[in-house]
Ligand binder design. Structure first.
Ligand code: AKB
Length: 319
């Protein structure tokens, strides 16, 4: 990768991936785009307002900046997708189809995240294998499976260098996620610092895979830089780092903030989605084919999240 385009750079992953890639590849070589103006991203390097559903506009940016790799991060997440499945399909698949076509036309590599949401209740629940039954029951999952199949199709049919990972819930402290089922695992840290209490929308005993943002960012680059000759799979690799329930993350935070309290107000949509997803993924193929190895666990991540968020609120109060 030499000149990179990020589509949907204003979201949870994009806002940090842009900075991360600019550090590695040089600020002027990473073009951030989003449907809205994003002040911070525009300060650190090239930025363009781009509606990912506008294929012509996407081609024009790729041509103008001589892009050779695209990160398509546009997505309506699982819980919000259920509120309007047609919009979720149109946005998620519309942006992906445009990115695939532009990548084909201009010979770009293409990274598109898949998700644990690509699995469903009929997939094996524990240590879900790389290649197994995928019958998701959300529109988000339907889009993710479709996206994986399209990625593989474009690779086989046109030789487009498509690569992808099935992300767990991503925990981060820069941009809040929005509309996901795993969002609670980010919100809980903010509420622990801000309010000392948290109302959890997901049942306390439901396991889901999670990953800390620094590991997620590293995974994107390591996969895109991996030797293609070693890749048996492409779209999409199971990625695992940590798996926990709301009760487990609550207990971890209470070790540091003993007065922290959590109650439940279950969101039926999030409950159904969370219960349909795997407890944990088997990421052996990612480890074997491109050397994936997570560096963060729940304990270290909790220390870091609480410290960063505490500092954020301290400086907000100081302003
Ligand atoms: C969501 O909860 O929808 C996402 C995901 C796991 O893909 N964070």
């Amino acid at each position: 990768m030499k000149r990179i385009l990020i589509v949907g750079a204003g979201g949870q992953i994009g806002s940090e991936l842009t900075t991360y890639l600019r550090k590695i590849y040089g600020a002027s070589n990473v073009v951030a785009t989003d449907v809205r103006e994003c002040g911070k991203l525009a300060e650190g390097g090239p930025f363009e307002v781009l509606n990912a559903l506008d294929a012509k506009a996407m081609s024009s940016v790729v041509e103008r900046y001589k892009i050779d790799a695209i990160f398509n991060l546009v997505a309506l997440l699982s819980a919000v997708g259920e509120k309007n499945p047609q919009t979720a399909w149109n946005i998620n698949i519309g942006a992906l189809m445009n990115a695939l076509e532009v990548a084909r036309e201009y010979g770009c590599a293409l990274f598109t995240p898949s998700s644990i949401g690509a699995f469903g209740p009929t997939s094996p629940k524990d240590k879900t294998p790389q290649d197994t039954i995928m019958q998701p029951t959300t529109i988000y999952g339907v889009c993710k499976v479709t996206g994986e199949l399209l990625g593989n199709y474009y690779f086989r049919r046109y030789g487009v260098d498509t690569r992808s990972v099935r992300f767990p819930g991503i925990i981060s402290n820069v941009t809040l996620p929005g509309g996901g089922t795993t969002d609670y695992a980010v919100e809980i840290y903010y509420e622990a610092i801000k309010a000392g209490r948290f109302t959890c929308p997901v049942p306390g005993d439901v396991y889901m895979d999670m990953i800390y943002m620094p590991d997620a960012l590293r995974a994107c680059v390591e996969l895109m830089e991996a030797d293609p000759a070693r890749l048996v799979h492409r779209n999409s690799f199971n990625l695992a780092s940590m798996s926990f329930t709301p009760e487990i993350i609550y207990a971890e935070i209470r070790k540091r903030i003993p007065s922290f309290e959590m109650t439940y107000e279950i969101d039926p949509v999030k409950k159904a989605i969370a219960e349909s997803w795997p407890n944990s993924l088997d990421d052996t193929c990612a480890r074997e084919e491109w050397g994936w190895k997570p560096e963060w666990d729940l304990s270290r991540m909790t220390d870091d999240m609480l410290e960063v968020i505490r500092e954020k609120y301290r400086s907000e109060v100081a302003v």
